[in-house]
Design a protein around this ligand. Structure first.
Ligand code: MN
Ligand code: MN
Length: 466
């Protein structure tokens, strides 16, 4: 079947472009370790690329016309970027969607306690993780503390070389006889993911306490009291920057490739788009995918539809509910999320003919789901044919895959939610090794082919007649 290794098919001089793009991606994921930080960074890049804030345009009652470049952030955790096209918007848009939340360890609302010389923060993990992977390694704390007076303090500790880091302990091997005999899910359990944040006590009312010292430091540095944790969102993530892997520097180990490795090139393809497109273009970066696309910032929420209603009103000069329906129905979307990269160390869970191979380029999943495609968006063959044509015409290395062998497991993405509008939607991402581990692995060649694919899709996708 059709497969080609991306490295073997690079054009003259393309390797330099590929490596340069990987550097930009690394800078993005190093700056964006939380969904909020990803949005902040996206807004910065959008402004730099000449995109205007749609909120301001709407507030001023200004119209939108072909060629306009706008962005809309939603609740500081999602962002949509648009370039208005020449054709009537009811003919649909070319959309690149991905999620910017990643598995992590969140701080509880009442987290701070002291035990036997340590000050700890208690946690509740977010998304599917192998908990034993997240211990005995340097961790950073990122987030916001929202005060009762309406102000917000931003927190980012553990990334700068001079910062302290934080630490979740594991049991020493010498005493781990019982632990080593446990199933992996029980080796480290959720309530054991307690983060060490200090151990030097201060004297308070004749008593030495570590907790009081930590509270004193938090007060000095952030002006926060213990109670303020209640209205905080603090995420504990692996500390440090993404790194090149291999003597050839062909791979990247990074935190949160799932799914920023799709989100960044989706955004970049729209930001880099030159001129006025035929169809309106959209990059849609959403939150909460890892916990089921729920909540006000998940793909299951209405923020995207609402934003489209506003855009149509700004283009047409009046609210046009039917145009909105037609626009969504006629749209084409690459719902981009990472695939399970074939791992020779664990070959048994894959069916190799239908696995995503690292280095073979952008990966299309006609369907995801598990146990008989359950929960999947099973993309129409007609649309698969269109993306094949677009990729081949643009000389892109691409492959198709399933998420593991049949009956082994599975997973879902945002594709099925967007497909609810009737739009044509296919999963398009790239292979990741060690998905949901603190440091995941991807190939720079796949990242490059993915970006090229997204650029070609924005130009080449059009309405489908059935
Ligand atoms: Mn994902
Ligand atoms: Mn995931």
């Amino acid at each position: 079947m059709y497969r080609k290794n991306a490295w073997e098919h690079l054009a003259e001089g393309e390797r330099e472009q590929l490596m340069a793009f990987a550097e930009k991606y690394k800078a993005y994921i190093d700056a964006g370790k939380t969904e909020r930080e990803c949005v902040t960074e996206a807004v910065r890049l959008a402004k730099e690329a000449g995109f205007a804030d749609l909120k301001e345009i709407l507030k001023a009652g200004q119209p939108l016309k072909a060629g306009d470049r706008v962005y809309m952030a939603w609740m500081a955790k999602c962002i949509m970027l648009f370039i208005i096209g020449e054709k009537d918007i009811e003919r649909g848009m070319n959309i690149l969607g991905a999620h910017i939340d990643s598995p992590r360890i969140d701080i509880k609302q009442n987290p701070l306690y002291e035990d036997t010389g340590f000050a700890y923060l208690d946690t509740h993990y977010y998304g599917g993780i192998k908990k034993y992977q997240w211990v005995a390694t340097p961790m950073a704390l990122h987030g916001v503390v929202c005060m009762k007076d309406g102000s917000t303090v931003t927190l980012n500790v553990g990334e700068d070389e001079n910062d302290p880091v934080f630490y979740i302990s594991d049991l020493l091997i010498h005493l781990a006889g019982d632990q080593m005999g446990k199933p992996a899910a029980k080796v480290v359990e959720g309530e054991q993911l307690n983060i060490i944040i200090g151990s030097e006590p201060v004297k308070e009312e004749d008593k030495w306490t570590v907790k009081a010292n930590v509270l004193k430091l938090l007060k000095e540095k952030y002006g926060m009291e213990e109670e303020d944790f209640i209205s905080a969102e603090i995420e504990c993530v692996p500390a440090g920057k993404s790194r090149d892997v291999g003597f050839d520097r062909s791979l990247i180990a990074g935190y949160g490739h799932d799914d920023r490795v799709c989100a960044y090139p989706s955004m970049a393809a729209v930001l880099d788009y030159e001129g006025t497109p035929a169809y309106t273009l959209c990059a849609l970066l959403t939150d909460k995918e890892e916990i089921g696309s729920v909540g006000a910032t998940g793909m299951g929420a209405k923020y995207f539809e609402n934003t489209m209603a506003e855009i149509i009103c700004a283009i047409k000069g009046k609210d046009e509910p039917l145009t909105l329906r037609r626009c969504l129905r006629n749209s084409r979307m690459l719902s981009s999320d990472v695939s399970a990269g074939f791992d020779p160390n664990f070959a048994g869970v894959f069916e190799k003919k239908n696995a995503s191979i690292v280095g073979n380029g952008v990966t299309f999943n006609k369907f995801t789901g598990s146990r008989g495609k359950s929960g999947s968006n099973d993309c129409n063959a007609e649309f698969v044919a269109m993306v094949r044509r677009i990729c081949d015409d643009a000389n892109i290395s691409w492959q198709t895959a399933e998420l593991g062998a049949v009956d082994v497991g599975g997973g879902g993405t945002i594709a099925y939610i967007c497909a609810n509008y009737g739009m044509n939607c296919i999963d398009a991402g790239l292979p990741v090794l060690s998905m949901h581990a603190p440091w995941e692995l991807i190939s720079k060649a796949d990242l490059w082919e993915e970006y090229k694919c997204y650029c070609a899709f924005l130009k080449g996708a059009e309405e489908l007649e059935y």
